[in-house]
Ligand binder design. Sequence first.
Ligand code: TA6
Length: 282
Amino acid sequence: MTTQFDTIDFHGLPALRMRSADGASAIVTMHGAHVVSWQPKRGGERLFLSERSPFATGKPIRGGIPVIFPQFGPDGPLPRHGFARTRDWALVDQHAGEDFARGIWQLTNTADTEALWPAAFTAEITVLLGGDRLDVELAVDNTGTASISFTAALHTYCKVREVELATLDGLEGARYRDQTQGKRLLTDGDEQLVVSGEVDRLYPDAPPEQVLGTGDGKLILTREGFPDIVVWNPWEEKCAALADMAPDGFRGMLCVEAAAAAKPVIVAPGESWSGRQSFELR
Ligand code: TA6
């Protein structure tokens, strides 16, 4: 397969299809700088994307890797999960080497974002693809004269063959806030996380590596800069209440999110912050 970048129409949204020379591919929409598809060299789609997702300006895409910034969740004055996932980002660079392809997208403050969040910033998403690996990095520069404070995440929807048979290793002994129990602080006593009901957990300062048994290979998840992990599956009842998910959609996904959500990131004027989530199929 040749190395290439193609601008395509993805359900009506402009998107970049990236291919590395070694046969991996990804699709990123300009809307949200949202990775909606990742197929490593070994093949097979690795990200869940809801068949009922809207693909429209101003609406979040359900699935893939939503970029959550500058507010994680509903706690704060901004729209739920911030505004980055519903804005159009600009593709500022595309580059391919012998065994990788890389795209970079930017979002900067406008009158529209300032009306929601009075901050001067440049946010950048870098997607690096090659072999059986994908790296997604969010970087934020404070371009203003006052400190900025935000929470953020890469809200990754991993595709699993059947969520009840999926396993997540690497969180044993970690503390988490259970969002389904009023944010109660609990300790994960299980060797493996196995989903058999609604899961919505925020693990602050989580261990550095998790291994997801997807039912179709093992996905190694690592991160840098993002201290926390969120694990989410809405299960039957909550999924049925989501207009952009099929009633059984929850069976094919498990969100394992790299997050800076437990406490805000503070960036001084002229300074920057970055966080990365990496995936490797083994
Ligand atoms: O990351 C977990 C979470 O915050 C859940 O509480 C859940 O509601 C989910 O994100 C999805 O949020 P959304 O706004 O995309 O429906």
